[in-house]
Design a protein around this ligand. Structure first.
Ligand code: DAH
Length: 358
């Protein structure tokens, strides 16, 4: 730079002709444009701005030393330098905008989210299979006009036994089966006490279902100390055994499929008379006979019967009242429906087991 400036101001007082000044400035322009065209980023552009237009730049030196030029050339030199300055400033700002845009685009790409990456996903829980089956049973009975009622799990002996015509010396009261909490308080051994409670609280017609937990001192592949039952009770004028049978056939078909049949075997429950146990067509072999149904083609699902007049007497109804009742184990229904062979699986809370029902 020094050399070029010397060239320009070599002969102080000497008339420099216009074309020499023009050439000098245009040399600077060519050099600066060359530099400008190779700038790649904002940092480079900032450096260039300082170097080309700043206080130490060649162009600035020309302006500073302009007084030494012959008066005739001062104007030309001043104008040429200012023109070049303006052009360079414009080009710098155009390039600056371009570089900023490019940098922005590059940042967008660098920061971009890859929407094809597998997301972090929280597994949703689901209702326990016992709850699902319980709700399904309730849904099946709803169209028949049944509503849901609940009773306490800590129950008075009267409702759990006496009101249901189970006398004090009955083996069902045996300490080995029943969890006694006090002299006359038990963990209910079945949902049947809700029958008695409902009848004492309301008048016929009664159509109720009562699902819930029950407790018995038992533990093996098909017994756990806590399990679930659902009780059904229909009390009205003129209720016959055929109503019970029709209701249960409807339920069995809805629960296990339209090709399901039922059969009733005479049985004994102190709170129903007559009583029956109900079997459905084996879900595995469809009645042909297999290991699951022990070759019979049938699987037992519930107990039922016509409400014993003694029960009506206990709850203060006339003995001529008619009604039927039924009760079933929910886990048993779930085991048959989903072909589960160990009752205890329901209560071990193994996520791999439970996940299959979500
Ligand atoms: N409570 C009986 C049990 O736990 C089941 C049962 C049988 C309920 C017959 C009923 C019924 O309502 O009529 O084994």
């Amino acid at each position: 730079m020094q050399k070029r400036l010397l060239l320009l101001f070599r002969y102080p007082g000497q008339q420099l002709n216009s074309s020499e000044i023009k050439t000098f400035i245009s040399d600077i322009e060519i050099k600066l444009r060359g530099q400008l065209s190779s700038i790649k980023d904002i940092k480079g552009l900032e450096d260039f701005r300082v170097q080309a237009l700043g206080k130490k730049s060649e162009l600035y030196s020309v302006l500073r030393n302009i007084g030494e030029l012959p008066p005739e050339e001062r104007k030309l030199a001043g104008e040429s330098v200012n023109k070049l300055k303006t052009i360079l400033e414009q080009e710098i700002s155009v390039l600056e905008a371009e570089l900023k845009k490019k940098a922005g685009a590059e940042r967008l790409i660098a920061d971009a989210i890859d929407v094809t990456m597998p997301g972090e996903y929280k597994r949703l829980g689901a209702l326990h299979p016992v709850t699902q089956v319980m709700e399904e049973i309730v849904e099946i009975f709803k169209p028949l006009g049944y509503s849901v009622v609940h009773g306490p799990e800590i129950e008075h002996e009267f409702f759990n036994f006496d009101a249901l015509n189970i006398p004090a010396d009955h083996p069902a009261r045996d300490m080995q089966d029943t969890f006694y909490l006090g002299a006359d308080t038990v963990l209910r051994t079945h949902t049947s006490p809700v029958q008695a409670r409902t009848m004492m609280q309301s008048k016929p017609p009664i159509r109720v279902l009562s699902p819930g937990k029950v407790y018995r001192s038992d533990y093996d592949v098909t017994h756990t100390p806590m399990f679930h039952q659902i009780e059904g009770l229909y009390v009205d004028e003129g209720i016959k055994f055929s109503h019970l049978k029709g209701t249960l056939l409807y339920f069995a078909k809805r629960m296990f499929g339209q090709d399901t049949s039922i059969r009733l075997r005479p049985s004994y429950f102190s709170f129903t008379e007559p009583s029956a146990e109900v079997d459905v067509t084996c879900v595995a072999c469809k009645g042909k006979g297999c290991r699951i149904c022990k070759g019979t083609g049938w699987l037992e699902i519930l107990g039922c019967g016509m409400v014993n007049p003694n029960v009506f007497k206990h709850v203060g109804y006339p003995e001529s009242t008619t009604g039927f009742a039924f009760g079933m184990g929910i886990e048993r229904i779930a085991m048959l429906k989903y072909k589960i062979n160990d009752l205890r699986l329901f209560f071990e809370n193994d996520a791999r087991f439970l996940r299959q029902f979500s």
